[in-house]
Design a protein around this ligand. Structure first.
Ligand SMILES: *[C@@H]1O[C@H](CO)[C@@H](O)[C@H](O)[C@H]1NC(C)=O
Ligand SMILES: *[C@@H]1O[C@H](CO)[C@@H](O)[C@H](O)[C@H]1NC(C)=O
Ligand SMILES: *[C@@H]1O[C@H](CO)[C@@H](O)[C@H](O)[C@H]1NC(C)=O
Length: 423
């Protein structure tokens, strides 16, 4: 929005005063939603506010989504809008309405076609999405040079790789929202509290796990797929709208979208959100969610290994299958206060298939069913077949031993305990 557009009236007047610059699609489906593109300056959806406020909680299986084409001949990199309503929220959640476990809408502005999104973003099972050759495109990340330092990959709840979407990068500013801690506010804990959260959220008893409160209930999300940035997302709860409507937060609500340090993007044309916003107009009962856009530089050179460095959060460089060219930087999965955090909190477990595991005297699980309910491990793989290993971690599905019993020591590739022959 223009600098002068700081009032509800000014924002909504865009629809009439600047109509010549606006392309609009009248969109059907479950809600009366219109999509606007204002040149290369902004993109937003506009809907019946009362209808959004009346969206009801429900089971995860009541999720629904709609896809709308972005009008052609525009100057934005987006191809379509894909809005999904989650009546139960989705991970991270704890069954007490914290985290993202509250009814909300994921509004994705995708740069690739719906067909490409559906064919590239696939998982052999879900949730969680295992790292295998089916999901290779989801786990293929873009160069860290086009990724904001404020987006991180979170590995709790089996990670956030989702079929038909891609890999979700969560805002660092929501770290307290999606990070499980104990009821007394301590964290992290071993075994991982997120598994307790999952058990609670699936209808189990209170296991003492809590997530932070999602407030005011709107977050920027980034989606990558097949080595590229493919969507900017506004994730927004029904409660957020109620706070906006009832004057508990400022209307319009404007939040900076996490910026990329070098001002580079791999979307073409190279536009990137400056901020995302929400505005409610009581007189017309309309509600808008949108993003203002700015011009970035196009990141068009392949990421070579020489550009992989710590500052760019690259931890290593992986060459493609054809040889030395087109190496890709592997990004540090969690960078918090300048330090890399482990990719997986999954420890002390047997039979993990996907880095999702927990074994103790009362519980053993390796994956979640359609209702996010933990189901028993089907196989005894990984740590369970490592004799003398007392602490085992999982990295991308591979078991790695980190501590051995008694006089045994971990071998050079962390796949077994071997006799300590002395040094
Ligand atoms: C907006 O939604 C409300 C609640 O669903 C409905 O009662 C109302 O008729 C809708 N308004 C319009 C203009 O469609
Ligand atoms: C994926 O991997 C499995 C075994 O790891 C193999 O049997 C299968 O052919 C592979 N599929 C593709 C499409 O590469
Ligand atoms: C791990 O190291 C052992 C020798 O210490 C070797 O025999 C084995 O092949 C290695 N495994 C892998 C997966 O590299």
């Amino acid at each position: 929005m223009a600098a002068s557009c700081r009032t509800v009236a000014a924002l909504l007047c865009l629809a009439t005063a600047a109509l010549a610059k606006i392309e609009m699609s009248e969109l059907g489906g479950r809600m009366d939603v219109k999509l606007y593109v204002d040149g290369n300056k902004a993109i937003w959806i506009d809907m019946n506010a009362s209808a959004f406020g009346a969206l009801q909680p429900g089971a995860p299986t009541d999720e629904w989504d709609e896809t709308w084409a972005v009008p052609e001949n525009n100057d934005v990199p987006y191809n379509h809008v894909f809005a999904a309503y989650n009546p139960a929220g989705h991970p991270g959640y704890d069954g007490f309405g914290h985290g993202y476990g509250t009814p909300h809408m994921d509004i994705h502005f995708f740069s690739i076609s719906e067909e490409d999104r559906n064919s590239l973003a696939q998982c052999s099972s879900f949730p969680p999405c295992p790292v295998d050759n089916v999901s290779a495109a989801i786990f293929d990340y873009p160069s860290s040079r086009v990724l904001s330092d404020d987006f991180i990959l979170d590995s709790t709840f089996g990670g956030h790789a989702v079929p038909r979407h891609g890999m979700h990068w969560l805002p660092k500013s929501d770290y307290d929202v999606f990070t499980p801690r104990d009821i007394d506010d301590s964290w992290p804990a071993t075994p991982p509290r997120w598994l307790s959260c999952l058990t609670q959220a699936s209808g189990g008893s209170d296991e003492g796990c809590r997530l932070g409160l999602w407030y005011p209930g709107i977050s920027p999300i980034l989606i990558t797929l097949d080595g590229k940035t493919v969507a900017h997302e506004i994730m927004v709860s029904v409660d957020f709208f109620k706070r906006l409507r009832d004057g508990q937060i400022s209307n319009p609500y404007i939040q900076t979208f996490p910026q990329v340090a070098e001002g580079l993007t791999d979307m073409n044309p190279p536009m990137y959100p400056t901020n995302m916003w929400a505005v409610y107009d009581e007189a017309t009962d309309r509600l808008r969610f949108g993003m203002d856009l700015q011009r970035y530089k196009l990141f068009d050179c392949p990421c070579d290994c020489a550009s992989c460095d710590e500052e760019m959060q690259c931890t290593s460089c992986v060459l493609d299958t054809h040889g030395v060219k087109d190496g890709k930087c592997q990004r540090c999965p969690h960078k918090i206060d300048g330090y890399c955090m482990p990719n997986s909190y999954c420890m002390s477990a047997e039979g993990a298939l996907n880095g999702f595991c927990k074994t103790d005297s009362t519980f053993e699980a390796c994956e979640m069913d359609a209702f996010f309910k933990p189901v028993a491990c089907p196989l005894d793989l990984g740590c369970g077949v490592m004799p003398e290993c007392t602490e085992c971690r999982f990295y991308r599905g591979d078991a790695q031993c980190s501590a051995c019993d008694g006089s045994w020591i971990v071998n050079e590739n962390a796949t077994a305990c071997v006799a300590d022959v002395g040094s």
